[in-house]
Design a protein around this ligand. Structure first.
Ligand SMILES: [Zn+2]
Length: 179
């Protein structure tokens, strides 16, 4: 059986998410990043389950059934006051060890690749979001907040390193996906 990864964008066409520098929209940026990651996963011979751009998170989550061995990942961009900088990766309050290890590796790698602050792994209740439906899924579940979309230097670092970040993400997914 082919290995399956669950890799979705943070926001869909009817939900822009955060608006950042130069009007950049979180939904568009997360769809682009998702596609970079997923195209490479497909090249590696993996099966990728992803959201449709027209689908809400609820609709997507309602039709996927990852197992304990799978990886579930959904990139977002953070937004605050235009000055906050850095990457964080969110996990469930009751995250399993594989989720925590994957999140730690992602946050450290993203910080290094972009040369921005490592804000660490945070639990959903430590985040501004509180509870995250994605975190109720089985598997190694991580929600990277890649950088701050409202911070011009974060986004410049992201733009310079987008491909590296996608390749690194694929490597980490392949390491933690057991199925
Ligand atoms: Zn978001």
């Amino acid at each position: 059986m082919k290995k399956t990864t669950y890799s979705s964008a943070g926001h869909h066409l009817k939900d822009s998410g955060a608006i950042g520098v130069n009007g950049r929209k979180e939904n568009e940026e997360t769809m682009i990043f998702r596609d970079l990651v997923n195209e490479e996963l497909v090249v590696m011979g993996r099966t990728v389950v992803q959201d449709k751009d027209t689908e809400t998170l609820g609709q997507y989550l309602g039709r996927i059934e990852p197992t304990d061995k799978d990886v579930v990942i959904e990139p977002h961009f953070n937004a605050f006051n235009g000055k906050a900088s850095g990457v964080e990766v969110l996990v469930a309050d009751n995250a399993n060890d594989r989720s925590k290890a994957m999140a730690k590796e992602l946050v450290a790698g993203y910080a290094k690749i972009m040369d921005i602050p490592n804000r660490g792994v945070k639990t959903e209740s430590q985040s501004a979001r509180g509870k995250l439906a994605l975190m109720r899924k089985k598997g190694a579940v991580c929600l990277p907040e890649i950088c701050f979309i409202d911070n011009a230097s974060d986004m410049a670092a992201y733009d310079r390193n987008k491909m590296n970040l996608a390749c690194f993400t694929v490597k980490v997914i392949a390491k933690y996906d057991l199925n």
